[in-house]
Design a protein around this ligand. Structure first.
Ligand code: FMN
Length: 206
């Protein structure tokens, strides 16, 4: 089996983490690097990651995360937040992100035009904009979980939380929001059987 598929089989949504085992910093840094190098729509990289190491903050977050044990028991807790204001069509950040590609000035203008047409309908509705930036975080999180599995590090993606409550606890800047959370660490219990629909159900060739 390919190393990638092995990692896909190893990864599961780990519910209970071993509180006595910490991910070595050098390995955790590479997990963050995988997030950083993940692709994003138009290359906007709207993600801003908060690594919660404070025990006090973890405890405060837990009750707003359906009291899930992973919040306090995981070795590392990453909150994928997004900066939604910087991706608006008139933001200097957007121009900078295109200009860094070292393309001719007229090409940058073309990109800005195409991007503007794409993002304008979304920026008219905060929820649509947040959903778009959040989607980018899910790509980074998925890469991070599979990569972590190659290091035999377990993880749990977490969507079970009260968004407004945790945004208040984290005291996020205006225009920032929480997309998703991911816990990393080492399993206590054996992995449950992986259950998935067969390819014949989920794939159609046309
Ligand atoms: C975006 C997302 C959010 C999830 N949120 C939670 C969560 O809040 N708590 C939890 O225990 N599992 C959560 N899960 C785990 C799923 O329930 C799990 O991945 C799915 O049942 C398949 O099981 P497996 O990952 O162990 O193979 C989430 C998974 C995804 C992809």
């Amino acid at each position: 089996m390919s190393k990638f598929l092995e990692a896909m089989k190893f990864r599961h949504a780990c519910k209970r983490f071993d509180t006595t085992k910490a991910i070595p910093n050098e390995q955790f840094d590479t997990i963050l690097e995988v997030c950083r190098t993940s692709p994003s729509s138009f290359g906007m990289e709207p993600w801003r990651l908060i690594v919660v190491r404070s025990e006090k903050l973890r405890k405060a977050l837990k009750s707003s995360c359906w009291n899930q044990n992973q919040i306090t028991e995981a070795s590392e807790l990453v909150i994928f937040t997004t900066d939604n204001d910087i991706v608006r069509s008139d933001s200097p950040y957007v121009r900078k992100m295109f200009e860094r590609r070292e393309m001719p000035a007229e090409m940058v203008e073309k990109y800005l035009e195409v991007y503007g047409a794409f993002i304008k309908p979304l920026e008219e509705d905060e929820v649509l904009l947040e959903n778009w930036t959040a989607k980018q975080c899910y790509i980074a999180m998925a890469n991070a979980m599979t990569y972590a599995a190659t290091l035999e590090i377990d993880s749990c993606p977490i969507e079970g939380f009260d968004k407004e409550e945790i945004e208040a606890i984290l005291d996020l800047e205006y225009g920032h929001s929480v997309a998703v959370i991911c816990a990393f660490g080492y399993r206590v219990n054996p992995q449950s059987t992986q259950m998935r629909l067969p390819l014949t159900t989920i794939v159609e060739y046309k």
